[in-house]
Design a protein around this ligand. Structure first.
Ligand code: UN1
Length: 479
């Protein structure tokens, strides 16, 4: 049993919210053993019955929405409306996956031989190791657990060390929904202990991880010896393109929401704005005015626009990029500092930050900052905009503001991202569509939507011969 502990503190005030075990390899061992034993019965529960438990869980989440939302504003820091959206995303995902209990479709297809029946079915894989981030502390665990469970797997969840209390509350609610004991298990603590033990455990054949690119590479390497299934959802450096015919008011709304919502701490945040030269100045001045009017404060206060960032390391990293941008020759238009007025000095508040005159190759235009910082890049035409948008190692989300339907369709075809928005910002994914990205954003998988089922099942092809004689495929076919 872990003897060491760590504290969860509010990023807005430093208040201690709880103490949690730093789970070690022995704790992970116990959790995996429990999940492995539970798998033998859970996989045999009919999927529609599993779905009924998920329906009840979704109803309980609805009942608990206000409490979880309030807790999230304290433990993670995002503002109330967004915290409510986070919980709602989990409710939506759970209902959606509950419905899968009566689908989980496979295929039937004719046999090449007479009196023979062919079909393929999805089968659960076993114990899923789910490693989740702090930025969507309820939504992302639900994206992983709801599909894993409906498919018949059991789970060991290792939530981020910044949001353990929310993860505990989330997991506790499964009991009330009637989920059998041992189907969902939780371990706490850090990546190099609990996380690594989970990723390396021989009885955990599936790892689903959302987090940084660097950790994603480490997870892949650690899982390689056992040829595990690894699902990764990693970084982004998402761009909004604003063309000369765009509705500028709408574009400003979309950019502000995507760049500064969740204090820029979304994988889908708009950290680049690629603007046509004819509207660049107008867009820049409106964005700066909007950024300067935003009120920083604790997420639970009604008039807060921008909450804190998650912790000290995050604010230091974000601030270091302000220095990097200035050293590279970009123009700091607004922000670029830690806010300390009033009670803000008790937490980690960073002013909405906009750089102008950014060159596409600068580090502030290439590297994920994960904070309320965005970079304005001027371009001469549509083709250059697409080139700049794609000139990046990541490929999660992208957006274009234009009224030209031809350009919109070309952008839909040519933007190299897993998600593209037309006349909306880069955030706002809905649970029933695939979520994930190209290039270094992942390894080709998608979560959410029907595609999530592929992460948590194996396909089995079944041939039923009712001819009563030996029929040899590829050999007896021609006769
Ligand atoms: C994330 O930042 O990892 O589309 C998830 C969005 C949210 C999910 C973001 N629905 O921004």
């Amino acid at each position: 049993m872990a003897t060491e502990t760590f504290e969860s503190t509010s990023p807005a005030t430093g208040e201690v919210l709880g103490t949690f075990p730093k789970s070690d390899a022995a704790d992970v061992e116990r959790a995996v053993e429990t999940a492995r034993a539970a798998f033998e019965t859970w996989r045999l529960v009919p999927a529609p019955r599993r779905g009924e438990i998920l329906y009840r869980f979704a109803q309980i989440l609805e009942r608990e929405k206000a409490a979880l939302t309030d807790l999230m504003t304290h433990e993670m820091g995002k503002v109330k409306a967004e915290a409510g959206g986070d919980v709602q995303e989990a409710i939506d995902m759970t209902y959606y996956m509950a419905g899968e209990g009566r689908r989980l479709w496979g295929q039937t297809t004719p046999s090449e031989l007479p009196d023979k029946f062919n079909m393929s079915v999805r089968v659960p894989i076993g114990v899923v190791g789910a490693i989740t981030p702090w930025n969507f502390p309820i939504a992302i665990p639900s994206w992983k657990l709801a599909p894993a469970l409906i498919c018949g797997n059991t789970v060991v969840l290792k939530p981020a060390e910044d949001t353990p209390l929310l993860a505990d509350r989330f997991v506790e609610l499964f009991d009330e929904a009637g989920l059998p004991a041992g189907v969902v298990n939780i371990v706490h603590g850090y990546g190099d202990t609990a996380g690594e033990a989970l990723v390396r455990h021989p009885d955990v054949p599936v790892i689903t991880f959302t987090g940084s690119r660097e950790t994603g590479v480490a997870v892949t390497k650690a899982a390689a010896d056992r040829l595990k299934h690894v699902h990764l959802e990693l970084g982004g450096k998402n761009a909004i393109i604003v063309l000369d015919d765009a509705d500028l008011d709408l574009a400003v709304e979309g950019i502000v929401w995507s760049a500064f919502g969740t204090s820029g701490q979304r994988c889908t945040a708009a950290s680049r704005v690629i603007a046509h030269e004819t509207i660049y100045d107008a867009l820049q001045s409106r964005l700066v005015a909007r950024a300067e009017s935003m009120r920083l404060g604790p997420g639970w206060e009604d008039d807060t626009d921008v909450g804190p960032v998650i912790n000290r390391a995050a604010i230091e990293k974000i601030h270091s990029y302000t220095k990097i941008g200035q050293d590279e020759g970009a123009r700091l238009l607004t922000g670029g500092e830690i806010a300390t007025e009033g009670d803000l000095d008790k937490g980690f508040f960073y002013r909405p930050t906009i750089f102008g005159d950014v060159e596409a190759g600068m580090r502030i235009a290439q590297e994920e900052i994960f904070g309320p910082t965005t970079a304005l890049i001027k371009v001469g035409d549509f083709d250059e905009a697409i080139r700049v948008a794609n000139g990046i190692r990541f490929g999660l989300s992208s957006s274009i503001f234009t009224r030209d339907v031809n350009k919109a369709f070309r952008a839909m075809r040519d933007l190299q991202t897993g998600i593209t928005y037309i006349n909306a910002g880069t955030t706002g994914a809905e649970v029933h569509l695939p979520f994930g990205g190209t290039k270094d954003t992942g390894n080709g998988h998608r979560e959410a939507g029907q595609t999530a089922l592929d992460v948590f099942t194996e396909w089995k092809s079944i041939y039923v011969d009712y001819s009563g004689r030996l029929q040899r495929a590829q050999i007896d076919t021609a006769s």
